[in-house]
Design a protein around this ligand. Structure first.
Ligand code: GLN
Length: 567
């Protein structure tokens, strides 16, 4: 139920995108939690896609998956990591969802003959969704990030809905704008004009920001704060300096230097509920990130890097963060290199370069391009005993490689690439085939959290059991009458290891150390330690559940072996 006097904080971007609004929101959430308040973050994406599932990662970065199976924006991953929460489907809102609902209601005569209009019907639906998220979470504060930048055409409805909420309960609603202050090379001075213009634009919608978070390369000086205060109509103490920093995890600590927590509480008429330093553990974690005692060189072999002339690793953000969490736990820094699977396939880059790395990761992916490159990488890692971690597609390809080169089934493949392959090592399960035949592509994916049992005596079982900080959400489970524990991990894939080949793969030495509770689906594959130091793949995405203070045991185990073997 929504609490009385529940508070809403809306965060909007100004000047330009990509300046770290999602991280700013995550940091504010962390700070409010540290002051004793429960927070439910909500991401609003103004695009018309109903969810992020159909988007190519090079378009919009990684598709993050919640326990519920909701496919959403990568910012949701940042919220979960910073605030240590598991978010629900109601915490994600797109224009697509909003319009779909309103149009369906209209078609069903839900508006009783009225003319249905953007205002108030779309804005009402937005408000309903935001309030519903607050209700479901039972939190003290909703922290709503409105995607895009002020001045975009697409997010106007969301800002209008928020304006209406403030009008109704002025004391319970706060607006924060995150802007950027450029320091043009030739001028050499930090300029406030773009921020002034962004705030003016927001004013033209009837919204005055209460707090301005000013991103820039360096910290703002008193003069710049004063200038923004005068022109943007806020007191100078409401201008928070947010300079570039080494690690995103330092942002909450940095914001607190400008006392943003106290400022927000004061504006919302709240008092801190905590006396001690609520960020102590976080501070510790950041110290470990910033002062590593060693390093491990890790190669990530992927394909979603190209964005025009630029190379972005946004598509793999959860993998990168999961590695960072485990590295901090081990007190080291993981030095990451991106290898393009397509170049490895054409021979433009040589697999032999892999011997320069302590370990190799093949993350998730879809489709044909770069596949043979990835298979060559996996073969090289297996034969040369280089620690290898395969995630989803990486695990499926690990099974294909093993079938081709150890079982000698030369034309083994996944039916995602070759539906007619004589040896369909990775295939669609029968019930999914039916859905696909009906053209139901979305419905044929295995999405969200599923339980799995771990097989005692395996690397996976040991890694999970030894990891006290990782909350497994394990339940007691009784396979064949013996009490065991279940793990819960998030999935996003259509294909599975074909049960018809499981026995043969096992006979030849591949161990399935994680399975679905009914034994039908293979969830983790590995080689025993006596054969290979670390060769393990997961059908699920462990990276979605890793948290700074609770790193994922499989990433930690992988890195531990990398460090031990050196490089
Ligand atoms: N393309 C594979 C499948 O759909 C793997 C997906 C993934 O890596 N997320 O099964």
């Amino acid at each position: 139920m929504k609490k009385k006097n529940h508070k809403y904080i809306f965060v909007i971007g100004g000047v330009m995108s990509g300046v770290g609004k999602g991280v700013a929101v995550s940091a504010i959430g962390k700070i409010l939690q540290a002051k004793g308040f429960s927070v439910n973050p909500v991401k609003v994406d103004p695009y018309l896609n109903v969810d992020a599932g159909t988007m190519n990662p090079t378009e919009h970065g990684e598709v993050f998956v919640l326990d519920s199976g909701m496919e959403c924006d990568q910012d949701m991953g940042n919220y979960e990591r910073f605030m240590e929460v598991n978010l629900g489907s109601e915490d994600y809102i797109t224009s697509g969802m909003v319009y779909k609902q309103v149009i369906e209601k209209e078609r069903a005569l839900g508006y009783k003959g009225k003319c249905v209009e953007a205002i108030p019907h779309i804005t009402d639906e937005i408000r309903r969704r935001i309030e519903r998220a607050a209700e479901v979470s039972g939190s003290d504060v909703s922290l709503v990030e409105i995607g895009g930048t002020v001045g975009d055409y697409q997010n106007i409805m969301f800002i209008e809905a928020a304006r209406g909420m403030k009008l109704k309960n002025p004391g319970d609603v706060l607006f924060i704008i995150v802007t950027y202050l450029p320091i043009p090379n030739k001028i050499g001075e930090m300029k406030t004009k773009p921020t002034q213009n962004a705030v003016r634009q927001l004013n033209s919608y009837g919204v005055q920001p209460d707090i301005i978070i000013a991103r820039s390369e360096v910290a703002l000086d008193a003069k710049r704060k004063e200038k923004i205060a005068i022109w943007c109509n806020v007191p100078a103490e409401a201008v928070v300096s947010a300079p570039d920093i080494e690690s995103i995890y330092e942002v909450p600590l940095n914001f607190e230097r400008d006392n943003i927590g106290a400022l927000i509480l004061e504006r919302l008429g709240l008092k801190s509920r905590v006396r001690k330093d609520g960020l102590a553990k976080w501070r510790n974690f950041v110290a470990r990130v910033k002062n590593p005692k060693g390093e491990a060189k890790v190669a990530i072999v992927g394909k979603y890097f190209d964005s025009g002339d630029f190379v972005l690793s946004d598509a793999y953000i959860s993998v990168i963060e999961a590695i960072k969490h485990s590295a901090a736990k081990l007190g080291i820094k993981a030095n990451l290199t991106w290898l393009n699977a397509k170049k490895l396939e054409t021979g433009e880059e040589k697999v032999e370069t892999l011997k320069n790395y302590a370990g190799v990761i093949v993350p998730g992916g879809f489709g044909e391009s770069g596949i043979e490159g990835k298979l060559a990488v996996i073969k090289y890692c297996r034969e040369n005993k280089i620690p290898f971690l395969g995630l989803c597609y990486g695990m499926q390809l690990m099974c294909v490689e093993f079938a081709r080169n150890v079982l000698g089934l030369k034309d083994a493949n996944t039916t995602e690439i070759n539906p007619e392959a004589p040896h369909k090592i990775i295939d669609i399960m029968p019930d999914q085939k039916k859905k696909l035949a009906e053209g139901n592509y979305g419905g044929s994916m295995r999405l969200g959290a599923y339980p799995a049992q771990l097989i005692p005596g395996t690397i996976a079982h040991r890694a999970y059991s030894n990891s006290l900080d990782y909350k497994l959400e394990v339940k007691s489970y009784l396979p064949d009458g013996k009490a065991s524990k279940l793990i819960s991990e998030r999935h996003r894939h259509r294909y599975e290891v074909n049960p018809e080949y499981v026995e043969e793969l096992k006979k030849n030495g591949l161990v399935f150390s994680g399975k679905s509770p009914d034994n039908k689906l293979m969830e983790i594959a590995e080689l025993p330690r006596r054969v290979h130091p670390f060769f393990l793949g997961t059908q699920f995405h462990p990276e979605f559940k890793s948290r700074p203070l609770a790193p994922h045991p499989l990433f930690t185990e992988f890195l531990k072996v990398c460090v031990k073997l050196g490089k």
